[in-house]
Design a protein around this ligand. Structure first.
Ligand code: SF4
Length: 259
């Protein structure tokens, strides 16, 4: 078995996790199509460690607020799920706005045989965080939605340079990088080509294009670029499928857990 392939028995199933591509699968369900989860039952956990965010992405999935998961609450959730899942993702909001993020990463480092992901814009991503992740095979998924102007316009803030800075730190520390990119309506083919260049420059292992979904400001719009992107599809420049099979813990849980 590859050094990058984790295996666990969950229920009566053998579940595999490819740490480079961030793909979860059961052997019987594997196909040649790209799907991030090829499992019948949920076996990954996405923890929204805060719903705070300084940005306003047009296809934002988050019900934003000022909720911040505490370290104790994080520990409790991880304790409940660590034997039931194959992969744990830290997301937000913008997770780097949670002051306990570094400690949370340390806590996940101590969990054996599990996939670890951080999903972020790169805002506040630090050298300290990278060095903590370096030896525990983390994947850091950076959201980047085109060239500088396109990205900043989509996010509603001037953060392109911060995202690039995060990529530089990740490259320097040899951390597995994914790029997440929404196929939004302001995107052109030049943006797609720019993202492919960034992928090569920063040794990104997967560039994932995400179809516009009907939430945020895009309740009824369809992406104009989807029809021309097909030619870029390959094993590692991929299209996010609609399938999802994820446990999701909202930052709002902290209020319920605190009662
Ligand atoms: S970074 Fe964008 S998508 Fe993520 S929570 Fe903030 S506004 Fe929403």
């Amino acid at each position: 078995m590859s050094a990058y392939l984790l295996k666990r028995n969950l229920g009566d199933k053998e579940i595999f996790y490819n740490q480079i591509t961030d793909v979860l699968y059961e052997k019987d369900l594997i196909t040649f199509d790209y799907n991030r989860t090829l499992v019948k039952n949920p076996c990954d956990l996405c923890i929204e460690v805060t719903n705070k965010c300084l940005f306003s992405c047009k296809n934002c999935y988050c019900e934003k607020g000022n909720d911040v998961l505490s370290l104790d609450q994080f520990d409790e959730i991880v304790g409940l799920y660590q034997d039931k899942v194959m992969r744990i993702c830290i997301s937000g909001g913008e997770p780097t706005l949670n002051p306990y993020l570094q400690k949370m990463v340390g806590r996940l480092n101590a969990v054996k045989n599990i996939g670890r992901i951080l999903s972020t814009t790169g805002w506040n991503f630090t050298e300290e965080l990278a060095s903590l992740m370096r030896d525990s095979f983390w994947t850091v998924a950076i959201s980047l939605h085109g060239k500088k102007e396109t990205h900043n316009q989509y996010v509603g803030a001037n953060i392109y340079e911060r995202s690039l800075k995060a990529l530089e730190i990740l490259l320097k520390h040899g951390i597995n990088i994914h790029l997440y990119s929404v196929l939004h309506n302001a995107m052109t083919i030049e943006d797609i080509e720019h993202l492919i260049e960034i992928k090569q420059q920063y040794h990104v292992s997967v560039l994932r294009f995400i179809k516009i979904r009907k939430f945020g400001l895009y309740q009824s719009e369809q992406s104009k670029i989807e029809s021309i992107i097909e030619k870029y599809l390959s094993d590692d420049i991929v299209y996010k499928k609609e399938k999802s099979n994820t446990f999701f813990v909202s930052a709002k849980m902290q209020k319920r857990m605190a009662r």
